[in-house]
Each structure stands twice: as structure tokens, then as C-alpha cells.
Design a protein around this ligand. Sequence first.
Ligand code: DX5
Ligand code: ZN
Length: 224
Amino acid sequence: MIKRRLPKPGTIEVNPSILAADFAQLADELAVVEQAGVKMVHLDIMDGHFVPNITIGPPVVEKLRKHSNLFFDAHLMITDPRKYAPAFVKAGVNHITFHIEVEKKPAEFIRILHSMGVTAGVCLNPETPVRAIKKVAPLCDMILVMTVHPGFGGQKFIASAAKKIRTIRNIVGPKIRVEVDGGIDAKTTPIVVGYGADTLVAGRAIFGEKNRIAAINAIRRACK
Ligand code: DX5
Ligand code: ZN
């Protein structure tokens, strides 16, 4: 079995969110971004309860796994991540992000996820303060900062939420990935990279463009 690992901190990774992809052609969409040299892909899992939208579940992830060697970064926007995490791990995800807003014992849950063989981390909504994740932060492999209200792609970047990236980077140092999600494109990339983000989720800015590879390269250029 191929062991897919979260890229070691120290590089900036563009992480395409398939939420904006053509859901009827997902395997082909993954192949195209893999061709662009990305290492990971962001899977937005929504339950219609934690967020007012529904996307994909474990059966779809399991099928996608057979078509792609990319690292699967699952963003669980669901009310009960403890209940569904095992099914997503079994389906083949490599990293699980859960929302701090729904988990009372995040440190315990991170340990459980590690014992299942995946890397793990917490996510904060735009209005959630950094202090909510301070204790669990050192246990995470990657921390996700939302720069839109979760639920939909193509929303406007919330600049005030992005500022939390700098505070989090100062807390965790260089050894933990800091991921940012929502409204990331070639214009907002320099802002979040400047704050210390190293994992850039982008949906519309990649899959909303005809040439996905050129779109990924435009974000890469904006990092410099
Ligand atoms: C929003 C999702 C995001 C979304 C980002 O709830 O978590 O991953 O796909 O989409 P864009 O890049 O279009 O803002
Ligand atoms: Zn996401």
C-alpha cells in the first residue's frame, strides 16, 4: 500500500478544493491537478447540519481513492466528527480536520485520529478566537483557519479572520502546517503567506478557471 504523508512543513503547498470542481468528473479533475504537481487535495465534507449544505460522504471518497495518489485532506464540516471519522479513514483519507466549535475534548480526539493512522488538526470559523485552539495546537499536524463562513465555495475573503494566522504561527512555530481556506486566489495569497500560512486551499480560483494548471501556477507565483 502506498503511504501518503502530509508534506513536511517548510514548503508552501497549493491544496485544490474539489468543492468547485465538476462533481460529475471528479477523477479527471484530480488527475489534472496532480499533473500540475500538487501533492494534496482538499475534500470538503458537509452534513447539512453544521453547515447549510451537503456534499460527499465516505462512498465517494472510497471510489476517488482508487483513481488518485494525492494526499487526501478531509475537512469535516459536520456536527459529529467522532461518529464519522472512522468511515472516512477507512475510505482512504490521509488527514482529518474537525471544527473546534463542535468538539469538547479536542486533544483526546486528535489522539484517537492519530491512533487510526491519519494526521489530524482543528479548524476555526472566522468568529472563533485563537484562544479556543491554544491548548490543542501543539498536538495538531496542521491547523485550518477559515477565511469565509464554511458551507459554500466562491465567497469573499474575510481579511480580519486571516489575521489569526499570524497569531497561530507565533504559537506553533515552523513545525506545524497552517492551512487557510476561503477566498484564496492570486490576490489574497500574498496576504496569507505573509501571515505565515503554508497550505493554501483554493476552490473557485482553480476549478473556476478553464486552465486549472495555469491557475495553480498563478497562485504559486503569488507566493513569492
Ligand atoms: C468552504 C470550504 C472551502 C471552499 C473554498 O466551506 O471549506 O474549502 O471550497 O472555496 P473557495 O476557494 O472558492 O473560497
Ligand atoms: Zn474546506
